[in-house]
Design a protein around this ligand. Structure first.
Ligand code: IPD
Ligand code: CA
Length: 334
């Protein structure tokens, strides 16, 4: 019988600190690039579609983050527990011997899923760093404030640590399982809004511009605006940052289809630890009896997400998405 790896509160804080430093280093490069952009033009390429952009800074930020995580994780394990460093049986992943699991010597495997160079790594149960070196590349390209570095750690496929560093707004959000969420060191909480007609919500236009995808989003926004009469509908540039806005109550709900694990891993734990709920669009993730968020209904690889301060809003949001086949329109049409 295999024992599931668990990490102690102290270990979680140590790993948070690694993510915090890695994000700060990449965020410093983002700020530097803003200083330089008049003399040194951005090198802009496109990826999945002409609207899905990547620059030299996405790649450099990723290198910085992955190098920091690799070095610090090895030091952390060697310093605290590990007796041996190597690769796993398939020779693919960094692997460390450790006494962490049930007091017995067992290998710990850290994996990395990251947008630019490690985006096809399948998510497994081992602790996995999930990294978006620049979330909000379009905003970044256009000189916007809404771009950030997002680093999450998932264990057993569930986000347990998150850091979102927003260099243009000087905000650093963190969340750790069981230990709450913070913005610049101050505890944050979701809003108490339970009615759509009092809510400020957020939706994004995906990179898929098929008629079905765009029609579905227009229909959803129309229903939010006219039927529910929400206070407003916002669109910003970075999914991770918008999840943090839900976590601190400046947005009441945010949903999107066509979103990836690296856009939402860190934000997920930050929303949850701030008291909010995060769910895939096909399955609502809450326990109405206890009135709390559960983790089972959310799949990091589902390419869809709704987060909200209160489940009542998430329910209206998810029902509306399903009414207009939003997820299907974005994920399965061209
Ligand atoms: C994107 C941003 C955007 C969201 C997209 C993401 P990227 O990430 O978070 O706001 O709507 O779904 O892919 O491409 O800028 O890293
Ligand atoms: Ca990105």
């Amino acid at each position: 019988m295999s024992t599931k790896l668990t990490l102690s509160p102290t270990q979680l804080q140590q790993l948070l600190s690694i993510a915090h430093t890695a994000a700060a280093k990449a965020a410093a490069l983002i700020n530097e690039s803003f200083e330089k952009r008049y003399e040194q033009p951005l090198e802009i390429e496109s990826k999945s579609s002409s609207t899905d952009l990547v620059t030299q800074y996405d790649k450099q930020c990723e290198e910085i983050v992955l190098a920091e995580i690799d070095e610090q994780c090895a030091l952390w394990l060697v310093g605290d527990h590990a007796t041996q460093k190597g690769t796993d049986a398939e020779g693919k992943r960094q692997c460390y011997s450790s006494t962490l699991v049930g007091g017995e010597e067992q290998p710990i495997v850290f994996d990395v899923l990251s947008e630019e160079t490690r985006n096809d790594v399948p998510l497994e149960d081992c602790p996995t760093w999930i990294v978006d070196p620049i979330d909000g590349t379009t905003a970044f390209v256009h000189g916007g404030f809404d771009c950030c570095v997002s680093i999450g750690l998932a264990l057993n496929k569930i986000p347990i640590i998150g850091v979102v560093n927003c260099p243009r707004t000087n905000e650093v959000f963190t969340g750790v399982e069981g230990a709450g969420s913070f913005c610049n060191g101050r505890r944050i909480h979701v809003s108490g809004c339970t009615h759509m007609n009092k809510a400020l919500i957020c939706t994004h236009t995906s990179y898929n511009r098929s008629t079905e995808a765009i029609e579905a989003l227009l229909n959803i926004n129309r229903k939010f605006a006219t039927h529910y009469r929400v206070h407003g509908i916002r669109t910003y540039g970075a999914a991770a940052m918008d999840m943090c806005s839900v976590a601190m109550g400046r947005l009441d709900m945010y949903l999107e289809a066509g979103i990836q694990a690296w856009d939402m891993c860190a934000g997920t734990i930050i929303v949850r630890e701030a008291g909010g709920i995060v769910s895939s669009l096909d399955k609502l993730d809450f326990d109405t009896e206890k009135n709390i968020a559960t983790v089972e209904g959310f799949n990091l690889m589902s390419q869809s997400m709704c987060c909200a301060g209160k489940w009542q809003l998430a329910k209206e949001g998810i029902d509306t998405c399903n009414e207009f086949n939003y997820r299907h329109g974005v994920l399965f049409t061209e």
